[in-house]
Design a protein around this ligand. Structure first.
Ligand SMILES: [Zn+2]
Length: 166
């Protein structure tokens, strides 16, 4: 997939080459200082689960909900992890709805590489808001997708609505 106007790609490449992290961007973001949450696009730190913006979004405000624990094995998720993930799924949908007023959502899980998952060692639910008339995002006709808002702007807007809202 080709993405037009993606200014965050350069900083991503720089970060990857500089990074001495664990090899898991979800764990790296959570284990980094909270001061770096915006840089890491970490929207919410929970006890058992977290919310992070997708750095390569299919649409504006594409979020990922993950257990804090590094695991790719869905069947090992504990009841308290599932419970917090469920709460964060609900809250994420509510926050995106208030901030962006989408017409719908795609919510789901890719388990394993053949499913389309690109990072299969740490479970993450995708939440992708959809608007009537937006491009179908799974197969993108012509292979081009335009994201109209920078990740930093999206982060600031979601963070404000997230904090306003319990
Ligand atoms: Zn991880």
């Amino acid at each position: 997939m080709e993405i037009l106007w993606a200014p965050w790609r350069l900083s991503y490449v720089q970060k990857v080459t500089e990074s001495k992290g664990s090899g898991c961007f979800i764990c790296d973001a959570f284990n980094d200082s909270p001061e770096n949450d915006k840089k890491n696009l970490l929207l919410h730190r929970g006890k058992k689960a977290l919310v992070i913006l997708n750095r390569f979004p299919y649409n504006t405000a594409h979020l990922m909900i993950c257990p804090v624990r590094h695991t790719g094995d869905f069947e090992t998720l504990l009841p308290e992890e599932m419970a917090e993930i469920d709460e964060l799924l609900k809250k994420s949908i509510r926050v995106i709805r208030r901030a962006y007023n989408p017409d719908g959502f795609n919510v789901g899980l890719n388990l394993g590489k053949p499913s389309g998952g690109s990072h299969d060692t740490h479970i993450h639910y995708h939440i992708v808001p959809r608007w009537n008339g937006d491009t179908n995002f799974m197969p993108i006709i012509g292979g081009v997708k335009v994201i109209p808002q920078s990740l930093e702007e999206t982060y600031d807007i979601l963070k404000k609505f997230w904090s306003d809202n319990d």
